[in-house]
Design a protein around this ligand. Structure first.
Ligand SMILES: [Cu+2]
Length: 132
């Protein structure tokens, strides 16, 4: 009985090792997938310095991109995209609030991200979506 359990443990160990080996391999391949995934989902932070961070994101034409906007400031900020066939309109976000929306543009080009709070766009709270 004891011997049988030991054998079972040894087999389970071998299976684990094999699984680990396979996992490492697919993990390396998954790195490329993660890169592609970053293009379909991104987070942009709004700051009281009247900046978006990052200020520029690059996405693929014809693919919907989920944009999560987080207001990291004390002032109200929002994020609105312009020019896409689908635009994110993440408005009325108080301090620390977060909201997600979708942007999509069928053609390559440069599209605008703005904060629509009074004076913020003029103060430089703008960003860019580069569609390629
Ligand atoms: Cu703002």
């Amino acid at each position: 009985m004891i011997r049988r359990e030991w054998q079972a443990a040894a087999i389970a160990g071998a299976v684990l090792l094999a699984a680990c080996g396979g996992g490492a391999g697919s993990g390396a391949a998954g790195g490329g997938d993660a890169g592609a995934g970053a293009g379909t989902s991104t987070t942009i932070v709004g700051l009281d310095t009247m900046k978006f961070n990052p200020e520029t994101i690059t996405v693929k034409a014809g693919a919907p991109v989920k944009i999560t906007f987080r207001n990291a400031g004390m002032l109200p900020h929002d994020l609105v995209t312009e020019g896409g066939t689908r635009n994110a309109k993440l408005v009325n976000l108080g301090a620390g609030k977060e909201q997600a929306g979708t942007f999509m543009a069928p053609k390559p080009g440069t599209y605008a991200i703005i904060c629509t709070q009074p004076g913020h766009r003029e103060a430089g709270m703008v960003g860019k979506i580069i569609v390629e």
